[in-house]
Design a protein. Structure first.
Length: 134
């Protein structure tokens, strides 16, 4: 089921307002929110043995998230926050839970109708970003 997620994706549909609200809720600074809200990053998901990679590239910042499923690790987010992260795969949905200072954010990635749907949730704030295969 995870094979659907593998490959390169380009952002094609998103609400910059919802993304800004999400970033503000998790504590991203004003300047970074303004810069990031208009980016259309590419995402490449790959797997080598048990190690997963989610590479995000944009004109502002590139990140490479390396992890093994169900093993907690320290992540430095694209905006520089330090969080503890655990990623699971449930019914073809990659679920990334980030925790810090008693807070929790969830980012899910799943393929629906050939598109990767990324949903970012923090408390009652939700942002959906849609990607097409490159």
């Amino acid at each position: 089921m995870c094979e659907e997620l593998m490959g390169s994706w380009k952002l094609v549909d998103f609400s910059s307002d919802d993304f800004c609200k999400y970033m503000e809720a998790v504590g991203v600074s004003f300047l970074v929110r303004k810069a990031a809200s208009h980016l259309k990053p590419d995402v490449a998901i790959s797997k080598n043995g048990n190690e997963w990679h989610i590479k995000t590239t944009s004109t502002f910042k590139n990140t490479d998230l390396c992890f093994e499923l169900e093993k907690e690790f320290e992540e430095t987010t694209a905006d520089g926050r330090k969080v503890m992260t655990i990623v699971t795969l449930e019914n073809g949905v990659l679920i990334q839970k980030q925790t810090w200072d008693g807070q929790e954010s969830t980012i899910t990635r799943e393929v629906k109708d050939g598109r990767m749907i990324t949903t970012c949730i923090f408390k009652d704030v939700k942002c959906v970003r849609t990607y097409d295969r490159k």
